[in-house]
Design a protein around this ligand. Structure first.
Ligand code: TYD
Ligand code: MG
Length: 454
């Protein structure tokens, strides 16, 4: 007996309703409900007697389970291994999201470059075998244990996995995969959820690792965002500014490592190259002699990266002046401008302010506040900041400069690249070792900072 059930599913969060709704009561999204029909075959339902015969393989004593760390596969791409927390854990499922054309497929093709003793299965529902071969030729790759399967039916994919017993499976992309036993249309959130669920089951049962590629919707979410994020072990986001060659791989969630680690790549004619010295790269095109350019250091996961903050303050032709932030939080910029106005009387209401983090990287760390504020003042006053000066510090609403974390690591990175004057919060200075030829300039508040820097 087959019964059909019609339900309405929010395509954003997966909320299920018996009737159509204009607005999702769960996530508040408008017009996100679509009709999905499910067929329930009563004969397929497991009865208790059948369940008795099932071989229970997933019940183990804790003491008999291998520790995960020994069970990581190093991909050979250090920047990727770093983001994963030291390689991909066997039996784990990693979701990689990113805009179309950012380089997800390229990264996945390159991934297996050094995995000569591992069997890798690359499942593509988007490109033909010839296209894949062309890409691999372009990347100069050639390996024996790399299988390509152009297939979208989950049942067939599962059969192939059983047959060739791979160590690593790449699914490009999860949106193209469909399950025959799930009667919702391909690409629907139910299909997406069920396919991912089935992938996770195979990963755990066979101890095989999966990378699954997920597309990003217009809103910047991985389609079926929260639903998938909760299910998988690790979520990586591949991002970059369209015009820059640099790509940042960011861990958004990681059950097996730190979730704020980043990996940096450059897209070249022959694929993605790892950026081993990010500080040098991000400072390489610095406009040292220009007002508005200030260098700061941001902690990205476990490593400090030097970045150039650029500001341009110009008289505005509009009644409402423009404020633009690239790679920097817009609201934070508004706060900094308000603090500058209130505390040092810098009136910017007739000026446009543009703030940019050079190189296309996005920084969410408050310790570059002071650098941003100084760059704005520097551009406004047309006075340049010394080119061997590093500026660190978070700015509070009262204009005070707050202590930052990992001061020593940041200073070391700057000194390595030849910086001689380090401006930093007073509270941080006493904990730092003196370094030959390096001058610490402690600051307490924004007024202090301006007097000492400009
Ligand atoms: P791709 O990996 O197909 O992106 P995604 O899978 O995220 O959609 O990358 C496509 C882009 O990368 C495309 O614009 C061409 C560019 N590219 C290079 O610049 N160099 C290369 O060696 C390769 C393979 C791609
Ligand atoms: Mg692709």
């Amino acid at each position: 007996m087959v019964k059909t059930v019609t339900k309405y599913v929010c395509q954003n969060c997966g909320y299920i309703s018996v009737g159509w709704l204009g607005k999702c009561p769960e996530c508040g999204t408008w017009n996100s409900f679509t009709e999905e029909v499910t067929y329930i075959d009563k004969r397929k339902v497991n009865t208790r007697s059948k369940l008795k015969d099932i071989n229970i393989s997933n019940l183990t004593k804790l003491s008999e389970i291998n520790s995960l760390d020994e069970n990581r596969i190093r991909t050979g791409i250090d920047e990727l291994d770093r983001v994963l927390g030291g390689g991909v854990v066997r039996g784990s499922v990693v979701l990689i999201g990113g805009d179309p054309g950012i380089g997800k497929s390229t990264l996945m093709m390159q991934l297996s470059h050094k995995l000569v003793d591992k069997v890798v299965l690359y499942v593509s529902g988007e490109e033909s075998q010839t296209q894949i071969k062309l890409r691999s030729d372009r990347l100069g790759l050639g390996y024996d244990n790399f299988y390509v399967l152009t297939e979208t039916s989950f049942e067939i994919i599962a059969t192939v996995i059983e047959k060739i017993n791979p160590d690593l499976v790449i699914i490009d992309s999860i949106q193209t995969v469909y399950r025959n036993d799930v009667e919702s249309g391909p690409g629907s959130i139910t299909q997406l959820r069920e396919s991912t669920y089935a992938v996770i089951q195979i990963a755990k049962a066979r101890n095989v690792s999966f990378f699954i590629i997920g597309h990003i919707t217009k809103e910047g979410f991985i389609a079926g965002p929260k639903v998938l994020e909760h299910m998988v072990d690790t979520v990586l986001q591949f991002e970059g500014e369209g015009t820059h060659a640099y790509r940042i791989l960011r861990a958004v969630k990681n059950r097996f490592g730190s979730s704020n680690e980043i990996g940096i790549f450059e897209m070249t004619g022959s694929g993605l190259k790892e950026v081993k010295n990010p500080s040098e790269v991000f400072l390489s095109e610095r406009s040292e002699s220009n007002p508005g350019s200030v260098v700061s250091a941001s902690m990205e996961g476990s490593r400090p990266i030097l970045i150039e903050v650029q500001a341009l303050v110009s008289s505005s032709g509009y009644s409402v002046p423009q404020r633009t932030a690239t790679g920097f939080d817009y609201k934070r910029l508004a706060i900094l401008i308000a603090v500058l106005e209130k505390k040092i009387g810098l009136h910017l209401s007739k000026f446009d302010v543009f703030l940019n983090i050079a190189g296309g990287i996005r920084i969410d760390e408050p310790s570059i506040d002071l650098a941003a504020a100084v760059s704005i003042i520097s551009s406004f006053k047309e006075t340049k900041v010394d080119s061997d000066m590093l500026v660190l510090g978070e700015i509070g609403l009262a204009g005070e400069i707050r202590t930052i974390s990992f001061a020593e690591r940041r200073v070391q990175e700057a000194v390595k690249l030849g910086f001689k004057k380090i401006v930093l919060p007073e509270g941080n200075v006493k904990n730092l070792k003196t370094i030959n030829n390096v001058e610490y300039i402690p600051v307490k508040n924004i007024q202090d900072a301006i007097r000492l820097i400009l």
